[in-house]
Design a protein. Structure first.
Length: 279
DNA sequence: CTCAGTGTTCAGTG
DNA sequence: TCACTGAACACTGA
């Protein structure tokens, strides 16, 4: 379930386990898709004995800075996640009491990293749309080099945001999802931002007024910041967010704040919006 | 059995 | 070449 806030939670979890520690052992599943052709042997060789200096994130990409290249880069896709034993990976409020029968390593584990101090970090990926890659200079190579601004680390200025939006004829919803424009936004964040900004998601980016664009920019910054502050724990998202009604089946008869929620396909993605509030 | 899905990429179109 | 669209990818869970 990874958009920027969930990925940032993953980054923090990984940092807590890995930062400053030496990688003692690596176990990789053979998966040509997720590892983009790299063999388990190559991964073992690249990581074992190295120390993790830092864990960084831009958009939905996470990478470890090791003491020497290549550096591992993780992308969760639609279903990926970091896990650590004992459900310590879940947000506090959502953490069930420890289950002694919990399967470990979890189903769909792709890589297990064992650190000094008996720490373990696992990445799972059920639907194999995630990627685990090695990069010599992660920041300056794809996929990271192709990313646009990260709304948490570097929200664009009003003028620059306006300038870039004014050259795009695509629907505002599609633009927000474009990782080369804005890194880390996914389907729920885009819908939430447009709902809070009061903008019809189908409207072309270049046709929003300056005042409307500024509302979008501000809500983008605010939604992401708040979601990260509560560690992507949805139960702590404000109760008036569209988020709480956008999921699941039975799309008819849903409301937020008494207003009807509609669903429409935009750029191939289901978009939830509220005609009464979004013009 | 069918279909949608918190993501990305790439071929095809104008 | 550019901007944009839609299908494909892979597989689970409803």
């Amino acid at each position: 379930m990874p958009e920027l806030p969930e990925v940032e939670r993953g980054r923090r979890m990984a940092a807590a386990v890995a930062r400053g520690r030496r990688i003692e052992r690596v176990i990789c599943k053979r998966d040509v898709i997720v590892f983009d052709g790299a063999s388990p042997r190559r991964w073992k060789h690249a990581l074992e004995g190295k120390t993790v200096q830092n864990v960084s994130r831009i958009g939905k990409q996470i990478w470890f800075e090791l003491d020497s290249p290549p550096h591992p880069l993780f992308h969760f896709g639609m279903t990926g996640a970091f896990r650590v034993p004992g459900r310590r990976d879940l947000p506090l409020a959502a953490r069930p009491s420890p289950d002694p029968n919990e399967a470990w390593p979890p189903r769909f584990t792709k890589i297990r990293l064992f650190f000094e101090g008996s720490e373990e970090l696992v990445m799972t990926n059920a639907r194999r749309l995630g990627r685990i890659l090695l990069r010599g200079d992660p920041l300056h190579e794809p996929p990271i080099s192709r990313l646009g601004f990260d709304p948490l680390l570097g929200l664009l200025s009003k003028a620059e945001f306006r300038r870039r939006c004014s050259q795009r004829k695509t629907p505002m919803k599609s633009l927000l999802l474009d990782q080369s424009f804005c890194a880390g936004v996914g389907n729920w964040i885009a819908d939430e931002v447009l709902y809070q900004a009061g903008i019809d998601p189908r409207r072309r980016a270049d046709q929003l007024s300056l005042e409307e664009l500024e509302r979008v920019r501000r809500r983008l910054g605010a939604v992401v910041k708040l979601a990260v502050r509560v560690d992507a724990d949805k139960s702590r998202f404000p109760s008036d967010w569209l988020f709480h009604v956008r999921w699941g089946k039975k799309k008819d008869a849903r409301t937020v704040e008494g207003n009807r929620v509609e669903f429409v396909q935009i750029g191939g993605r289901t978009s939830a919006w509220v005609p009464r509030r979004q013009k």
